[in-house]
Ligand binder design. Structure first.
Ligand code: GLC
Length: 449
């Protein structure tokens, strides 16, 4: 990994669609524990950093819609408790629905009702443009802190000159594979093309089915929701089929995109379980972590989780860039979450102090070390301890980061994404890829008119 400047430049270049050099997750592990709600959350084994300079906020009561996937829920709860202890504010943590599309729908309901029932929200990086009218401008209070974060991330959170959110962590898609199984079946390296992946997955699956009838070659996120937009963007882009929009023009109607959809349609029921068309991130992770898949597409959080005690694949897997068609690029959809404050909050000062704490360098470092979350502050990305727990960055450097078209579509992004993932989902269920792409094209044009 290079110095600060280099990492910063590479990330920005990556965010612009060049090469992925952002950082990747670590490998701390934690056993499970019961929470006060009786829900199983992994244990956070490091104390959260103290809250500095936030002042006292006794009497304030914040509701925080927090991360719910992987160890993120446990981390956010621990941070909220620390903030409450140090400032006197009460913080109620609500785990957002795991499905990003469902989270979106909850927020839409809360905002439409101008509800004061939520103060601080985890927002997907594709939403600031949509929810901006309901979010506080944090520029004045947190502008100084914002200047230490990646410029691309801050730009993403700035809507018409207002800083409506603060970056929490960044994400991208990668290929997880079982090192032991590749070796067992005589493969020296993970696949780089989709054809190779298909062939290897087939061989391993048929061999392993003797042991477990549920064994799958390749698992991914095939449910009709935002996660499928992320997956299918990678398939299409890595086949040379574009990135959904160019400007405000849809670009999906092309033979390479059709080829990508046909390929994944073929995967369903062959190297991927039939049920993959209902999978979210955690479904894929559970299958892979249970030792029942050779390959998985997922985000970096699954790396830390896969190495927890009790995981059946601890030390038996690694990551690589996602495959591509020969002549095209390995493509990784850019994801991530950012924190916003509802305009309808009754406790803006406490909420700002809380977001300032969560997006501080100390907390970013803590989240990287405990959960493998990728910091959005370059100085933290280059912290030697953080570098140590991001051991596989080098292996995915070759991928190209691809952004979903949230900038181009602005407030219409969600409609565009729904049109896209619903069309892709139809293709996975058997609609001719060309026909599905034509429908996607038509619906997107209608939305952006
Ligand atoms: C991850 C990404 C987010 C994306 C979501 C889709 O949480 O960080 O950007 O929208 O997955 O499921």
């Amino acid at each position: 990994m290079g110095g600060g400047e280099q990492t910063r430049r590479s990330f920005l270049a990556a965010a612009a669609g060049l090469s992925l050099s952002a950082l990747i997750s670590g490998c701390r592990r934690a056993p499970s524990a019961e929470t006060d709600e009786g829900e199983e959350l992994p244990e956070v084994r490091m104390p959260p950093p103290p809250v500095r300079g936030a002042g006292r906020h006794a009497g304030a009561r914040l509701v925080f819609y927090a991360e719910s996937v992987g160890i993120g829920a446990a981390i956010d709860r621990a941070l909220a408790q620390r903030f409450a202890r140090d400032t006197g504010a009460a913080v109620d943590v609500v785990l957002r629905p795991r499905d990003a599309t469902e989270t979106y729908a909850s927020y839409q309901r809360l905002f439409q009702a101008r509800s004061a029932d939520v103060d601080v929200l985890s927002l997907d990086i594709v939403w600031p443009g949509i929810f901006a009218p309901h979010l506080l401008d944090l520029g004045q209070a947190l502008g100084g802190l914002a200047a230490t974060h990646l410029e691309a991330a801050i730009q993403n959170d700035t809507v018409q000159g207002r800083l409506v959110a603060m970056p929490y962590f960044t994400d991208f898609g990668m290929l997880y594979y079982r090192t032991d199984l590749l070796q067992k079946y005589g493969y020296g390296a993970p696949p780089t093309t989709w054809d190779e992946l298909e062939a290897i997955a087939k061989t391993i699956q048929s061999g392993e089915r003797a042991r477990s009838r549920a064994f799958a070659g390749f698992v991914w996120q095939g449910k009709a929701y935002e996660g499928l937009t992320c997956n299918a963007l990678e398939w299409i882009h890595s086949h040379g089929g574009g990135a959904i929009l160019e400007g405000r023009e849809p670009t999906v109607q092309n033979p390479r995109a059709a080829q990508a959809l046909a390929r994944f349609r073929r995967f369903v029921g062959t190297i991927s379980p039939i049920g993959v068309t209902g999978y979210e991130e955690e479904d894929a992770r559970n299958v892979f972590q249970g030792g029942n898949a050779a390959f998985m597409r997922n985000w970096p959080y699954a790396y830390a989780a896969g190495n927890t005690k009790g995981s059946r694949i601890e030390g038996l897997f690694d990551v690589a860039p996602l495959p591509h068609e020969p002549g095209y690029e390995s493509s990784a959809t850019l994801g991530g979450w950012t924190l916003g404050i509802s305009k309808y909050t009754r406790f803006p000062d406490a909420a700002i102090a809380f977001v300032g704490y969560l997006c501080s360098p100390e907390v970013q470092r803590f989240r990287a070390l405990v959960g493998g979350y990728i910091p959005t502050i370059p100085a933290v990305q280059n912290d030697p301890d953080v570098v140590r727990v991001l051991p596989f960055l080098e292996r995915v450097r070759g991928a190209t980061l691809v952004a979903r078209p949230s900038n181009q579509a602005g407030a219409r992004y969600n409609e565009v994404s729904i049109a896209f993932y619903q069309g892709v989902s139809k293709a996975l269920y058997g609609t001719e890829p060309e026909k599905a792409l034509e429908q996607i094209d038509r619906r997107i044009r209608r939305s952006l008119r």
